[in-house]
Write a protein that binds this ligand. Structure first.
Ligand code: NAP
Length: 252
């Protein structure tokens, strides 16, 4: 029960890593604000938590829409009066194409959701945490945020930006007892990264990607979630400004 009485927000928690994290934080006592652009999926996460005797509420928000992000943070303050942990996890994969073939629309959208969305969220989370003189922010970057990923320049650039924001904001607010970190997952089986769908697009690609991982497998969502649970807890109380790769050794 590391999160008993804690108010925890997770964006993009209608699916994949965010959903599994929301369920796990709730199991450890947190009151969850499940937020997602996808209302049906977000409500499913909330039902699953409540059916397991947890506490959760849904707020629909597109992280790339500034007013929706402002409304989300106002909702949290009005309803709960505080925000202990904010996990900025919502993201999109962007188009799979070499840069010369990448459309301007795809680049702009990927940057807007994955990078600007994190900026919008943190900009509005910090004032809440400053008032309570404590807080934890965790951003979901990617291994593509610390190394290149061919055919995904927009995604890789957007996730590098998340690492830059993480390190900078951590330094800006360390003295206020606000910790800011990022996790950098490797390929983790979720609706965003579906090896079966990838193989349909390009035969044999999933085995090739797996072979590049020193541990020779993809990650399970709980391997990402367990790192999140630890990094946002008081067990990691002196860790800030870090990017923790959960990647089976890929970036070593
Ligand atoms: P996922 O299953 O697709 O979940 C992402 C969730 O975010 C979905 O519910 C999605 O809704 C929602 N979302 C998309 N755009 C949004 C927006 N503008 N505002 C609010 N919510 C939005 O993906 P995942 O694999 O769990 O990914 C979670 C995070 O991990 C992402 O930031 C991703 O880049 C990162 N990551 C994933 C992997 C991996 O291999 N899975 C590896 C490295 C990093 P819709 O379903 O309606 O789009």
């Amino acid at each position: 029960m590391r999160y008993k009485d804690k108010i925890v927000l997770i964006t993009g928690s209608g699916s994949g890593i965010g959903k599994a994290a929301a369920i796990a934080f709730a199991k450890e006592g947190a009151t969850l604000i499940v937020s997602d652009i996808n209302k049906d999926n977000g409500l499913d996460t909330v039902s699953e938590i409540i059916n397991n005797s947890g506490k959760a509420t849904f707020f629909e928000a597109d992280v790339s829409n500034y007013q929706m992000v402002v409304d989300l943070m106002n909702f949290i303050v009005d309803k709960f009066g505080r925000l202990d942990v904010a996990i900025n996890n919502a993201g999109i994969g962007g188009d799979y194409a070499k840069i010369a073939d990448m459309t301007l629309e795809s680049w702009d959208k990927t940057m807007l959701v994955n990078s600007t969305g994190v900026f919008y969220c943190i900009k509005n989370q910090i004032p809440i945490m400053l008032k309570q003189e404590k807080g934890v922010i965790l951003n979901t970057s990617s291994i593509a945020g610390i190394r290149g990923l061919p055919n995904a320049a927009g995604y890789s650039a957007s996730k590098h930006a998340v690492v830059g924001i993480t390190k900078t904001v951590a330094m800006e607010y360390a003295k206020n007892d606000i910790r800011v970190n990022a996790i950098c997952p490797v390929f983790t089986v979720t609706p965003m990264f579906d090896p079966v769908a990838m193989d349909k697009m390009k035969s044999g690609i999933s085995e090739k990607l797996k072979a590049n991982v020193p541990m020779k497998r993809f990650a399970d969502v709980m391997e990402q979630v367990n790192t999140m649970l630890w990094l946002c807890s008081d067990e990691a109380s002196f860790i800030t400004g870090q990017t923790i790769s959960v990647d089976g050794g890929l970036t070593a």
